[in-house]
Design a protein around this ligand. Structure first.
Ligand code: HPA
Length: 247
């Protein structure tokens, strides 16, 4: 089967300006409904499928996203690699709002999310290897694309995934920092693990929307986040155009 790339868009990326859309496809899954129809189109001359993680009207909060249905649906239609775009808060000193990050590790602090395909009707118990949660080959392509395009990007870091939807306390961010987290978001898991369970090549592009709680002194407002994301997503569109050419 031909290679097919999916892009999962997060907060601030419910559509891709540069995608010329051919059609939308509804997929039913054994896990329920995905976040919306899959949007098929072309980006830089290559077939791409787009899915808005929080729904096209941005109505599904991080803990209510049906991650299993989303990934199952993508694999069902022939997707074999996924680039996940997600907004994060910056913890490490060089993760300032507006920059892109290609994380290489994850710590999962979420709970009660449908987090595995391996739980019912098993013939044997399965434990996937998740030492390196992202596909390194795809991650390197993102890094290469960012360098080509001259985009301000951090080439590694640990993504702490919190339950949300509230933002964190300053003490929680200090704890995440002690744990080794460089950025904090709400959707990195179980998405990455489910992709691995399905053997999909999966890498993430995080967009730093704000300083994490307690890192800038002030309150975090949705207006500030939105403002940073607008600029950040313009960079993401440039990055995606570059990366499809490399795949
Ligand atoms: N915390 C968690 N998730 C986020 C943040 C944050 O500060 N910013 C954007 N997504």
């Amino acid at each position: 089967m031909a290679q097919l790339l999916a892009i999962i868009g997060g907060t601030g990326l419910t559509s891709l300006e540069t995608l010329s859309i051919s059609h939308r496809e509804m997929v039913s899954t054994p896990y329920g409904e995905p976040s919306g129809p899959l949007t098929h189109g072309e980006l830089g001359g290559k077939a791409v499928v787009f899915l808005a993680r929080h729904g096209y009207g941005h109505t599904i909060p991080p803990h209510k996203v049906n991650y299993r249905a989303n990934l199952w649906a993508l694999q069902h239609i022939g997707v074999d690699q996924v680039i996940a775009v997600a907004a994060v808060g910056g913890i490490r000193a060089d993760m300032e709002p507006g920059c892109l990050v290609f994380p290489d590790q994850i710590i999962d602090y979420t709970w009660s999310r449908g987090h595995t395909f391996f739980e019912d009707d098993l013939t044997h118990v399965t434990h996937i290897d998740f030492t390196y949660p992202y596909c390194e080959e795809l991650r390197q392509k993102l890094i290469q694309a960012a360098r080509h395009a001259g985009l301000d990007a951090r080439e590694g870091g640990t993504y702490g995934t919190m339950q949300g939807p509230r933002l964190e306390t300053a003490a929680e961010i200090m704890r995440l920092e002690r744990d080794g987290c460089d950025m904090v978001g709400m959707t990195g898991m179980p998405e990455a693990a489910l992709a691995r369970e399905l053997d999909l090549r999966y890498a993430a592009c995080a967009v730093v929307a704000n300083w994490a709680a307690g890192k800038s002194g002030g309150k975090i407002t949705m207006e500030d986040i939105q403002h940073q994301l607008t600029g950040g997503m313009e960079k993401v569109e440039i990055l995606l155009r570059e990366v499809v050419a490399l795949l």
